[in-house]
Design a protein. Structure first.
Length: 434
């Protein structure tokens, strides 16, 4: 209760300050009011196609990668620990209500939109081992510091319980860091999470305003493809005949067909207004800005006009996407899981398998491995480790071979020394014979 009373007072003091809007104010106004005149929050921003695509691409990529639990082998190597109690939790079902894909997708979405993906670690009351992982809405979690000791603790608020076994009493719950998985986005402090949507709300507000402007322009504006004019007013029958004759020039089959007009009828094509052309360019600019915020290549957003493919094909795109976009998230996940779930299991760890995304580079990797073997700085076990495979049995993969005959270096040295000795003795024998 001491934590509850302490933080209840802090919340009452902060409630109502317009300089730092609380969740109730954000909910009432629909988000932050941007300079473009639109309201932006973490929910309605998904209505922007570029944001939706970026979040989907990253979240589903993290969720779709195999997440295996391994046991470390000595002196090196690893083996999948299918029988370990955490394997199924991470790979298949973190809780009875979600698959691993759904759980990880939700965590990544919270990180990309709200600034952090948060989940409670429900532990077995007898053994204290992790039992289930339950996602918590990020907006319900606030990092706090305890009075006196200044220890980190997470306050969880909200009227609706996020997992079975919790009461709908509206009271705050406090969780220690070891019982919470946290995957924060980039932030300037340890005790707060900065939402990318809030940080870049003006960019998203502009994109939302452009979308609304385009919809209203096509819904309410008048944008004909051409204008027909006559020297003198037409009668009802003549006007009807003219409109019927123009139908023969519509459609794909009539493209570039010669048009014949009589009785002083003139047709003038209406070009795209400059402001409309600027609107299209503004849309492309905001899409590039959104892609830059989430670090997603434009090519993956189906925008290829001014984008690069980092090389000559899909292999380079996959390599760059994995290296520069996905890898920081994956490292963060692996370290947080190791710290919170495997704290009492030093011989085990969890790791994402990204080889599936890089299979297009198989030939290039094998060429590099061949060079490494030929120049004696890679052994078969070194190569197998880079390919996420175990060493060969009985130490067969520990040898470093020479470029000449691919024999073991030590054996080659012994052979050369023996050959030298035998050559010297034969030479001495020849001298004695003479």
């Amino acid at each position: 209760m001491w934590l509850f009373n302490r933080f209840k007072k802090q919340k009452e003091e902060a409630r109502g300050l317009l300089t730092d809007p609380n969740s109730w104010l954000m909910k009432a106004t629909g988000g932050y009011l941007t300079n473009s005149g639109t309201y932006i929050n973490e929910n309605n921003v998904l209505g922007i196609a570029g944001v939706y695509s970026c979040v989907r691409i990253i979240a589903w990529a993290i969720a779709g990668l195999p997440l295996h639990t391994y046991k470390r082998l000595k002196p090196r190597g690893k083996d999948k620990a299918h029988d370990f109690y955490l394997y199924d939790m991470l790979h298949d079902n973190p809780n009875p209500e979600q698959t691993s894909f759904e759980f990880r997708s939700l965590m990544a979405t919270g990180q990309l939109l709200w600034g952090a993906g948060v989940a409670e670690i429900e532990r077995d009351p007898v053994t204290g081992k992790p039992k289930y992982l339950w996602p918590i809405p990020t907006y319900c979690v606030t990092p706090r510091r305890t009075p006196g000791m200044n220890l980190l603790v997470y306050e969880v608020t909200g009227e609706e319980p996020y997992r079975p076994g919790l009461k709908s009493d509206g009271l705050s719950r406090f969780l220690w860091p070891e019982d919470v998985l946290v995957f924060p986005a980039i932030s300037s402090t340890r005790d707060s999470w900065r939402s990318p949507i809030t940080t870049h709300r003006e960019t998203f507000g502009l994109a939302s305003a452009l979308k609304e402007f385009g919809a209203k322009t096509f819904g309410q504006g008048v944008n004909p493809a051409g204008i027909i004019s006559v020297d003198s007013p037409l009668g009802e029958a003549a006007e009807k005949n003219l409109l019927e004759s123009l139908k023969g020039y519509a459609g794909l089959a009539s493209v570039h067909r010669l048009m014949y007009l009589n009785a002083g009828v003139k047709f003038e094509r209406v070009s795209l207004p400059p402001q409309d052309a600027q609107f299209i360019e503004s849309q492309k600019f905001t899409l590039a800005e959104i892609a830059r915020i989430f670090n997603v290549p434009l090519f993956l957003l189906s925008e290829t006009e001014k984008s690069t493919t980092w090389g000559s094909g899909i292999e380079e795109i996959n390599q760059a996407f994995v290296s520069y976009t996905l890898n920081p998230y994956l490292v963060q996940w692996e370290q947080e899981i190791k710290k919170k779930l495997f704290a009492q299991e030093p011989g085990y760890f969890a790791e994402f398998c990204v080889e599936g995304l890089l299979r297009g580079k198989l030939l290039d990797r094998y060429k590099a491995y061949a060079i490494g073997r030929q120049h004696t700085f890679l052994s078969p076990d070194d190569i197998r480790e880079l390919e996420n495979k175990n060493p060969l049995p009985n130490g067969l993969g520990e040898r470093y071979d020479t470029p000449l005959n691919m024999a073991n270096v030590e054996i080659a040295d012994e052979f050369l020394m023996k050959d030298k000795e035998e050559g010297g003795s034969e030479k001495e024998k020849g001298i004695e014979h003479e």
